[in-house]
Design a protein around this ligand. Structure first.
Ligand code: FES
Length: 232
């Protein structure tokens, strides 16, 4: 295979890499379990993986998969390419030529800025699911708080995205001169604060969406995990 064609292909997938393939196997089993044992809805609670967003789930899924926070980790720890420049233990990866963002993996990742709009579009549905649970029980229950916490963390993670930062503060040569003191500057500053915590939010929001799913599955399985906190 000529070097030029090879450089366009996802190099990582052409190499034997037990870490990457075992990770892909775990993902495949998780996805299979999710679809083979659907819970969908348990009384007033709608599983976050099965809310109406399921119709467009590949797009938010792609949004998460191409998030910079995960990219850093899977490139460094799974693909081993490109590694951080200061990484002394570069192993075989040190001999690989970095060809820029040309191969298919990078091209896909660069679509993140467009997947972001899908990520934002689905946020209201998580709040609707929360409101639905309140109305279904006429009360505030632990399950509703689980859904609310999930919605808030997903919102914080999405809004702290680097692509959102670009939409809010990009496209201006001298940002501080043009927008100093303006509403846009205020939004930019707030987003910048959120953006500093983006990596932590990426992992925590991933855990909360999995927790919310497992919580509702636990209820459906008959576990006593729910209680009324406030009756309306
Ligand atoms: Fe992580 Fe955009 S960079 S969601």
């Amino acid at each position: 295979m000529s070097t030029s064609i090879k450089s366009l292909l996802p190099y990582e997938l052409l190499e034997p890499n037990w870490r990457l393939w075992s990770f892909i196997a775990i993902l495949a089993v998780g996805f299979w379990a999710l679809t083979a044992f659907p819970v969908g809805q348990y009384h007033g609670y709608i599983d976050p993986f099965y809310s109406p967003t399921v119709l467009i789930v590949p797009l938010p899924g792609a949004f998460r998969l191409t998030c910079y926070a995960y990219r850093k980790d899977y490139h460094r720890h799974l693909f081993k390419h490109p590694l951080g420049c200061s990484n002394a233990d570069r192993g075989d990866a040190a001999t690989r030529t970095y060809t820029g963002e040309k191969n298919a993996v990078f091209q896909l990742e660069n679509l993140h800025r467009y997947f972001m709009y899908a990520g934002i579009a689905i946020l209201p549905f998580f709040y609707l699911d929360f409101a639905h649970s309140l109305l279904a029980y006429d009360s505030l229950r632990i399950g509703s708080l689980v859904l609310l916490a999930n919605a808030l963390l997903l919102t914080a993670w999405t809004l702290s995205c680097h692509a959102v930062r670009h939409v809010v503060g990009g496209n201006i040569d001298c940002y501080s001169c043009v927008a100093a003191g303006g509403v846009r500057k205020e939004i930019y500053d707030k987003q910048s604060w959120l953006n500093k915590h983006h990596e932590a939010l990426a992992w925590v929001s991933l855990l909360t969406i999995i927790f919310a799913d497992l919580y509702i599955r636990g209820l459906a399985a008959g576990l006593h995990l729910d209680a009324t906190l406030l009756r309306f």
